[in-house]
Ligand binder design. Structure first.
Ligand code: KDG
Length: 322
C-alpha cells in the first residue's frame, strides 16, 4: 500500500460557506457566495506560497459539499483528509453593522464541520508534517474539535496557533483555558494586540507588549508573532525582538481573511526552510494583497506576486552589499 507523503503544512478546522454583503443585512440584500472559513483561508495561502498543503476537515456529502472540495482543489489544496458525511453546512454572513463596521453572523451550531474529533487525526501525517496549524476558531466550534487541535499540537513537530478569538463563538474564559492547554506545545502563537492578547491572558488593556510576551512564555510558548494593526508585526524569540512594518495595500476591498493569509504564508515559508523573519515579511505582503478581493479567499496572491509586493514596499529589506 502506498504511503501518502507528509505535507509541508497541515491545517485543521471547519470550511464555511460565506455570504458577503457590503451593506447591513436586510430582506432583499444581495449576497455573494464564497467558500471560506479560517482553515480554508490559511490552507489557500499556504498552498499559494508553495507548500504542499493538506486540510483536515469534515464536509457534508451534498452538492454544495462537492463545490467546496472542488474549490479547495482549484486553490491547490490536497483534499485527501477531507471526510464527507451526513450533516449541515456551517455558514457565516459577512456584512456591515449599523455603524458600518464589518460583522460576522454565524449559522453553524451543530454543523457537520464542527464534529471534527481526535479519531480523524492521521497520526503519521500530523507527526511528520513540516508545520501543523489551527486557530482558536477550530477550538471554539465544539469540545471534540478542541480536543482534536490539542492532540495535534501535542504530536506535531512544529505547531503554530492563532488564537483568533471570536466572542460570538466562545467565551473568553473558555478561550483562555484552551490557550493555556495548547501553549506548552506551540512553537509559535500569533495573537493580535492589544485586544485579543490582553483578553486571553487576563491582563489590563494597557498591558505592554513585553507583558504579553512574558505571559505567553510563562504558559510555555516558544516564539511569539504578534500583529498590531497599523503598527505592524513584532516577533519575539530568545534571540530578541524584531519589528516588521505593515505593507501598504494597493486596494482595500474586504479585510476578511487577512490574518489567515498571513498565517498560511508564514507557515508555508517556515516549512519550506525560510527563517522566521523572512516568513513573517512574506506573510505581511500576502495579507496586504489578499484584502483586494471579496471574502476570505477572494484574492489569493501567488508567491511571485507576494514577493514582488514585498520588494516594492517603501522599506523593503535590502540585500547586504557583499
Ligand atoms: O479570519 C477570517 C475568518 O474569521 C472568516 O473566514 C470566518 O472562519 C471564519 C470564522 O469562523 O469566523
Amino acid at each position: 500500500m502506498s504511503r501518502t507523503p507528509a505535507p509541508d503544512v497541515l491545517v485543521m478546522g471547519e470550511i464555511l460557506l460565506e455570504m458577503t454583503s457590503p451593506e447591513r443585512l436586510q430582506a432583499g440584500s444581495t449576497l455573494t457566495l464564497g467558500i471560506s472559513g479560517d482553515a480554508l483561508n490559511v490552507s489557500a495561502a499556504a498552498a499559494a506560497a508553495g507548500a504542499k498543503t493538506m486540510l483536515l476537515a469534515r464536509v457534508p456529502s451534498d452538492d454544495l459539499g462537492d463545490e467546496i472540495v472542488k474549490r479547495c482543489e482549484e486553490l491547490g489544496i490536497d483534499t485527501s483528509l477531507i471526510a464527507r458525511g451526513e450533516g449541515q453546512h456551517g455558514i457565516y454572513l459577512s456584512h456591515s453593522d449599523p455603524e458600518g463596521e464589518r460583522e460576522f453572523t454565524y449559522a453553524r451550531a451543530g454543523s457537520f464541520g464542527s464534529t471534527l474529533e481526535p479519531g480523524d487525526l492521521p497520526a503519521r501525517l500530523v507527526e511528520s508534517a513540516g508545520v501543523v496549524t489551527a486557530s482558536g476558531i477550530a477550538t471554539a466550534i465544539s469540545d471534540s474539535a478542541a480536543a482534536t487541535v490539542q492532540e495535534a499540537a501535542k504530536r506535531a513537530k512544529r505547531f503554530v496557533y492563532d488564537p483568533n478569538f471570536r466572542p460570538r463563538l466562545t467565551s473568553v474564559e473558555r478561550a483562555r483555558r484552551v490557550l493555556q492547554q495548547i501553549a506548552p506545545h506551540c512553537e509559535i502563537v500569533k495573537p493580535s494586540y492589544p485586544g485579543e492578547a490582553t483578553k486571553l491572558l487576563d491582563l489590563p488593556r494597557e498591558a505592554s507588549e513585553t507583558n504579553i510576551f512574558e505571559a505567553l512564555r510563562r504558559l510555555g510558548v516558544r516564539d511569539v508573532v504578534m500583529t498590531r494593526g497599523s503598527k505592524g508585526v513584532v516577533i519575539d524569540t530568545d534571540a530578541g525582538r524584531i519589528d516588521i512594518p505593515v505593507i501598504p495595500p494597493r486596494k482595500v476591498v474586504d479585510q476578511t481573511g487577512a490574518g489567515d493569509s498571513f498565517t498560511g504564508t508564514m507557515c508555508a515559508r517556515l516549512a519550506l526552510g525560510d527563517d522566521l523573519e523572512t516568513a513573517v515579511r512574506l506573510g505581511t505582503a500576502a495579507a496586504s494583497l489578499c484584502i483586494s478581493g471579496v471574502g476570505g479567499t477572494g484574492f489569493v496572491p501567488s508567491l511571485a506576486e507576494t514577493r514582488a509586493h514585498l520588494e516594492s514596499a517603501p522599506d523593503a529589506p535590502t540585500e547586504e552589499p557583499s
